[in-house]
Design a protein around this ligand. Structure first.
Ligand code: 6LW
Length: 506
C-alpha cells in the first residue's frame, strides 16, 4: 500500500467503497428486506444503474432504469449535464425513480413493478425548475417533490432558491401549487440533494451543502409535517470530511435507510484522492456508506471509513447490464457474437461527443485491463475516457504485413502520440493504471496514478507510454462522471475478444 492511498480503517461494518467506480448521488430503498440503489449517469446510456443487495455488503447490478433513449433524452446533452441525482422510492407495489435530466428531458418520474425493469416511459413534471428531486407521500397520499432550487432555465438561470417543495399529481405530471421554499441549510454553498423521511414524531429534511467537492457535507432539519416548518440541527453538517486527513473525501449527497440489523445507514457519494497532497481522484465520485445513531431524535453519523475488500475482476464478452455508451445505447454501437464484440466505425473518434465506444466503469484505482483486437478490417483500440476532451488510448491498425500501434494521450490543448510496430495478427492491447510506489515528494509522487499503454503480438511487446493519470481525475476533468475503460473503432470494423480488467486497492 503506497502512502498516497492510506490503508483501510479498521472495523468498518461494510465495504467502502460500497459501489466502486463512477457511481455518484446514491439513493437507496428497502423493500421486503431487499435493497435497491441507483446512481447518476450523466451523458451515458443505459442510464441509472440499479444495484441490489440483501445484506448491504454484496451488491449486484440487476439492470438499468433508462434502457431506452427516450426515457431520458441525453443524446444531445452537453458533457456534465444529463442524468443528475435520482431518488428511488416504493409505494403501492410500484418502484418510483424521480430524476432531473438538465438539458435533456427535465424532471421525470419513472416507475416499475420489478426494479430490474422494464421501467415506464416516464412522466415529465412540467415546470419544475431545479435539480435533485426527492419524492415522498404524506399520510393521506399527497405526493411531494422536494428539490434543490438551482434554476436551470429561464432568465434567472444559475440562481439558487434553496430547497423548494411542490405537491404534484404523479399521473398527469402537473404541479398542484406554486413551489414553496423549505430551508436553505446552514449557509454553505449549494443546498441540494434533499430527501424527506417520516421517523417517530418528526419529518426530517436531509440535504447536502458545501458543493460536491472538498466542502461537501450532510445536514438535517426536522419539523412536524413534510411541509415543515423545519428546525435545523445544531450539529450541522453532521457528516463531512472537509479539512480532515480521512482517505474518503467530498462525502455528501446522502440518503438514509434502515440497515439489515434495524439500525440506520447513510449512503453518500465520496472520492478517494491520491497523490502527495491527496488532490486527484481517478475513479470520480463513488458510493460509500456509514452508520448513524439517533440521540435526542437527531442523527449522529460515524465518519465514512475506507474498507476495500477483495480484488475485483470484470470480464465481459456478452451484452450484460454493465456496458455503457456515450449518448447512445451499447446496442447501437456494438454487436456481440461468437468471436466477441464487433464495433463498426461511423466516422467518429474519441474526441467526438458520440464516439463508437462501449465501456465499463473502472472499478479499482490500480487496474490491469486488456483486450485482443482483430484489426484486419479496421482501426480501433482500448481507451480510458473521462469525456471527449480527456482520454488515453492504445490503438492498432494493419500496416502492410505488420500491425502499427499507437498510444495517445489527449487533454484539452495537449495531444501526444507514441508509435510502435508488431507482427501481423491479433494484437493484445493493454491499459494499466499503476499507483505511485514509495513515499515523499517529487512529480512522480504527486499524482494519483500512471496509465501504462502497451501491446503485444506474435511473442513481441511494445511498451509505448506511461502517462500521468491525474489529468483523468474528478478534480481535473470535473465533468461529474468517472473513468470508463472500453473498446472503440475509428475506421472499418474491429472485433475484440472481450474486455478484461482486474485490480486491487488493498
Ligand atoms: C448533483 C448535485 C451534486 O445533482 O452534483 O453532489 C450534481 N452533488 O447534487 C451532479 O452529480
Amino acid at each position: 500500500m503506497s502512502s498516497n492511498h492510506p490503508a483501510a480503517d479498521v472495523g468498518a461494518p461494510f465495504p467502502n467503497p460500497l459501489i466502486p467506480g463512477f457511481n455518484p448521488d446514491p439513493s437507496v430503498v428497502k423493500v421486503d428486506g431487499v435493497y435497491y440503489l441507483v446512481t447518476s449517469t450523466f451523458e451515458y446510456l443505459p442510464g441509472l444503474p440499479v444495484y441490489r443487495s440483501t445484506d448491504f455488503v454484496t451488491w449486484e447490478q440487476i439492470g438499468n432504469v433508462a434502457t431506452r433513449p427516450e426515457q431520458i433524452a441525453v443524446d444531445e446533452v452537453p458533457t456534465g449535464l444529463g442524468v443528475w441525482a435520482p431518488t428511488i422510492r416504493h409505494r403501492d407495489g410500484l418502484f418510483h425513480v424521480i430524476v432531473t435530466v438538465p438539458a435533456g428531458r427535465g424532471c421525470v418520474v419513472l416507475t416499475a413493478t420489478d426494479p430490474a425493469g422494464p421501467w415506464s416511459d416516464g412522466t415529465v413534471l412540467e415546470g419544475l425548475n431545479g435539480i435533485d428531486p426527492d419524492l415522498t407521500w404524506d399520510d393521506t397520499g399527497n405526493a411531494y417533490v422536494t428539490y434543490s432550487g438551482l434554476l436551470l432555465e429561464g432568465e434567472d438561470m444559475g440562481k439558487h432558491l434553496g430547497i423548494q417543495q411542490v405537491r404534484v399529481d404523479l399521473a398527469s405530471g402537473r404541479l398542484l401549487e406554486e413551489p414553496r421554499s423549505l430551508w436553505s441549510g446552514s449557509g454553505f454553498m449549494f443546498p441540494e440533494a434533499p430527501h424527506l423521511y417520516h421517523r417517530g414524531d418528526f419529518w426530517y429534511l436531509l440535504i447536502a451543502e458545501g458543493g460536491t467537492e472538498r466542502g461537501h457535507g450532510v445536514s438535517i432539519a426536522r419539523g412536524p409535517s413534510p411541509e415543515g416548518p423545519f428546525e435545523a440541527y445544531d450539529a450541522n453538517p453532521f457528516l463531512t470530511a472537509r479539512s480532515t486527513i480521512r482517505p474518503i473525501q467530498n462525502t455528501g449527497h446522502g440518503d438514509l435507510v434502515e440497515g439489515p440489523d434495524g439500525g440506520t445507514l447513510l449512503v453518500v457519494l465520496g472520492v478517494r484522492p491520491g497523490g502527495g497532497t491527496r488532490a486527484f481522484s481517478p475513479l470520480g465520485r463513488e458510493t460509500f456508506v456509514t452508520t448513524v445513531q439517533w440521540e435526542n431524535d437527531w442523527p449522529v453519523a460515524e465518519p465514512v471509513v475506507l474498507d476495500v475488500r477483495a480484488p475485483i475482476t470484470d470480464e465481459a464478452r456478452t451484452p450484460d447490464h454493465r456496458w455503457i455508451c456515450v449518448r447512445r445505447t451499447p446496442a447501437s454501437v456494438a454487436t456481440f457474437g461468437e468471436s466477441g464484440v464487433s464495433i463498426v466505425a461511423d466516422g467518429s473518434t474519441l474526441d467526438d461527443p458520440r464516439p463508437s465506444f462501449i465501456g465499463r466503469r473502472q472499478l479499482t484505482i490500480a487496474v490491469e485491463s486488456s483486450t485482443i483486437a482483430d484489426v484486419s478490417a479496421g482501426v480501433g483500440g482500448l481507451a480510458v475516457r473521462y469525456d471527449e476532451a480527456h482520454h488515453y488510448e492504445i490503438e492498432a491498425r494493419t500496416s502492410g504485413s505488420a500491425v502499427a500501434v499507437v498510444a495517445r494521450a489527449c487533454v484539452p490543448g495537449l495531444r501526444q502520440e507514441w508509435t510502435g510496430t508488431l507482427p501481423a495478427g491479433p494484437v493484445t492491447l493493454h491499459l494499466d493504471a499503476v499507483r505511485p510506489a514509495g513515499t515523499g515528494f517529487g512529480p512522480e509522487m504527486m499524482t494519483s496514478d500512471h496509465v501504462e499503454l502497451w501491446a503485444e503480438a506474435g511473442g513481441e511487446q511494445v511498451r509505448l507510454a506511461r502517462v500521468d493519470g491525474r489529468y483523468l481525475s474528478a478534480e481535473t476533468a470535473a465533468s461529474f462522471t468517472g473513468r470508463v475503460i472500453g473498446l472503440y473503432a475509428t475506421e472499418g470494423t474491429v472485433t475484440f475478444d472481450g474486455y478484461r480488467a482486474t485490480g486491487s486497492d488493498r
